[in-house]
Design a protein around this ligand. Structure first.
Ligand SMILES: [Zn+2]
Length: 317
């Protein structure tokens, strides 16, 4: 899917040298900071959009008369946030900076510690040159930004906060209307821990009292209070009922795959529900035969207008 590259929503004032590229759902937003000694990009979009990400970075560097992309820093390593890392590193020779907690998984490209196989999503292999640890202070666009731990949706996630400007780059910890899904893992205990961490991360967000939040998906927004209310009530609903959370997770994963593939045979959907670990783990809390869960999830997406069925095919819409 290609989405138009937009400039920041006009209602949100951002400091000069900071550009938010709002993208669709397949690619997370990218934030570019132009600096005298080279630009920094926060998150690099989905692998299927890597060429588009490269083009937008090149254009932005020209616009800001910035000589080069110095580095990419990832909020977390889901494929919609780091799928452009490999291409950007190769073509622009930039550094790749990842959350410290992901260093073992990336160094060894070990799928037990990376999410790509578990979620059935693809990411080209990349190396990293440095890590970011909560508490680190980075200079971006000539201002100081602190890295903050944001566990929940992803245990190793970081956010970036500029106190002087009152801006938070939140990744998938909070969006204007919700937050990233909580994925059950092979260990049944992690889900409750992740929900607990997500609530704590929202408390941290609240304590920052940010003027602007730049989320991983959707437009930058100013009503942090309203967004916190919506994210908390969603998390409360889902954490109270793991099977509801499971159904939400499988819907998210199927819709994401459909966004990527545009059309899938029903057989492929059935295979996905049998084979993709995150779906298998989510179904532990639902308890349906994979085929039945697949058919119900298809029906759910069709009912809300997120997909269309044509015979043996499921189409994105
Ligand atoms: Zn994510």
């Amino acid at each position: 899917m290609t989405t138009p590259l937009q400039d920041p929503a006009p209602n949100v004032a951002l400091p000069s040298g900071m550009t938010v590229f709002e993208r669709g759902w397949l690619s997370a937003n990218c934030v570019l900071f132009a600096d005298d000694n080279g630009a920094t990009l926060i998150d690099s979009g989905y692998f299927a959009h890597a060429e588009q990400t490269l083009a937008l970075v090149r254009h932005a560097l020209e616009r800001h008369a910035t000589a080069r992309l110095r580095r990419v820093i990832n909020t977390h390593l889901h494929s919609d946030h780091c799928g452009g890392n490999a291409l950007l590193a190769r073509d622009l020779r930039c550094e790749i900076v990842i959350p410290e907690g992901n260093s073992y998984g990336v160094r060894n490209w070990d799928q037990r510690f990376l999410s790509f196989e578990a979620t059935g999503q693809h990411c080209d292999r990349f190396d990293f040159t440095d890590t970011v640890t909560p508490g680190d202070v980075l200079t971006l666009g000539g201002r100081e930004w602190e890295a903050l731990a944001a566990p929940g949706h992803d245990v190793d996630s970081v956010m970036f906060h500029c106190e002087d400007e009152g801006i938070l780059i939140s990744g998938d910890a909070i969006w204007e209307d919700g937050c990233g899904a909580m994925f059950p893992t092979a260990n049944p205990k992690t889900l409750a821990e992740d929900f607990g961490a997500a609530f704590e991360t929202l408390e941290l967000v609240e304590s920052l009292d940010a003027r602007v939040i730049v989320p991983g998906h959707g437009r930058p927004f100013t009503d942090a209070e309203g967004a916190l209310d919506r994210a908390r009530s969603r998390l409360r609903r889902l954490s109270a009922d793991p099977s509801r959370n499971g159904r939400h997770v499988v819907k998210v994963l199927l819709k994401y795959r459909l966004l990527d593939d545009r059309r899938m045979s029903i057989d492929t959907v059935h295979a996905m529900f049998r084979d993709v670990p995150a779906i298998v783990h989510a179904n532990r809390d639902i308890g349906l035969p994979p085929r039945v869960l697949a058919d119900r999830t298809i029906d759910d997406l069709v009912r809300v207008g997120a997909a269309r069925r044509e015979g043996a095919w499921l189409l994105d819409c």
